[in-house]
Design a binder for this molecule. Structure first.
Ligand code: AMP
Length: 332
């Protein structure tokens, strides 16, 4: 069976960009593939969280994964740092990753622009660790949002380079995957681009936030003064709201607002109210399950333990072969 790997950094609560870009695919894939889904806590160390925040965030994301519908009997759900083989493979793969290609990575350039005071080596080699997350399970498919396309390309590059260097056919070439036609990019509410945690509180709709918070944010989302001529192209911030509607509203509802826009009769307040209403219908059951799951310490501990055992079994098989291939062999 084809193997699947994907993860999310525990840098805070999950937002609907994470959900529709990644988790929505996980929910279906867990029944069709051999899936490894993880919480990328080592990745999140590049931004220096406090120990207490890091632990809380890992717990939060674990509960969110389960509340969203990940079934630990169907997939392997684990915390990245529970699998030391990942750090070992990261060390080996770093020897074949070159400064020039790492500096050219779009995410590195963005991160040093956003945090010029914290340009650490972990940020530079971030794509290597991401590649290792995938290669350590020798995965074929990686369900991710559009923002991760370049990282998957780099993963193929590192895997192929290893295969060539040692003249083996060991790592498969992983492909980015989405059940929709193209990789998903969920826009933020501030009109600035993709929804993200780093875009600030007002930009993202979080899975676990209360209805009142989400509704307030949607009602404050950026729009323009309204169309002046019939059938005119929508400006980005308005198109963003229509894109968000596509995720949670019924097609006939979207058609009506589209017709109103084209006829210059749209009322953005009504559109936002509808979006907030449908968003809440979508989020309410997830939030309710999340609140129960977060309280259930036994369930979380058990899930993490089972996941760690399954993920380590897979990763240690890969590492055993990698050590042999690169010549790290025991004398005893
Ligand atoms: P991150 O929060 O950067 O660790 O991302 C975790 C997953 O969520 C990755 O698969 C991303 O591609 C996906 N993701 C994050 N933000 C968005 C977004 N705005 N639209 C679509 N997918 C996203």
């Amino acid at each position: 069976m084809e193997r699947v790997v994907s993860g999310i950094r525990p840098t805070g609560k999950l937002h609907i960009g994470n959900y529709f870009g990644a988790v929505a695919n996980f929910l279906k894939m867990q029944y069709e593939y051999d899936c490894f889904f993880f919480i990328a806590d080592i990745h999140s160390l590049t931004t220096h969280p406090t120990p207490a925040d890091l632990h809380q965030n890992v717990k939060h994301v674990l509960a969110e994964y389960i509340a969203a519908g990940l079934d630990i009997d169907k997939c392997t759900l684990f915390v990245q740092s529970d699998v030391p083989e990942i750090s070992e493979l990261y060390t080996y793969m770093n020897m074949n990753a070159y400064l020039g290609e790492l500096e050219r990575s779009a995410s590195f350039k963005e991160k040093i622009r956003m945090n010029p005071d914290n340009v650490n080596a972990g940020l530079l080699t971030y794509p290597v660790l991401m590649a290792v997350d995938i290669l350590v399970h020798r995965a074929h498919k990686v369900p991710v949002g559009k923002d991760q396309e370049q990282h998957i390309e780099m993963t193929r590059q590192f895997g192929n380079r290893f295969n060539r260097l040692y003249n083996v056919d060991f790592f498969p070439e992983p492909q980015a995957f989405s059940y929709s036609n193209a990789l998903v990019k969920v826009p933020g509410l501030t009109g600035s681009g993709k929804m993200s945690k780093s875009g600030g509180e007002a930009d993202a709709i979080f899975l676990s936030d209360d209805e009142s918070i989400n509704t307030k944010k949607i009602m404050r989302a950026k729009t323009d003064e309204g169309p002046k001529t019939q059938n005119q192209k929508k400006p980005t911030e308005v198109q963003n709201l229509f894109d968000l509607m596509q995720l949670v509203c019924k097609p006939d509802v979207i058609d009506t607002f589209n017709s109103d826009y084209n006829a210059c009769a749209i009322r953005y307040g009504d559109l936002k109210k509808q979006l907030a209403y449908d968003m809440e219908i979508f989020l309410k059951p997830i939030r309710e399950r999340f609140i129960d799951t977060l309280k259930n310490e036994n369930l979380l501990a058990n899930a993490a333990k089972i996941g760690a055992e399954k993920a380590r079994a897979s990763a240690s098989r890969t590492l055993k072969e990698v050590r042999e291939i690169i010549g790290i062999r025991k004398f005893y």
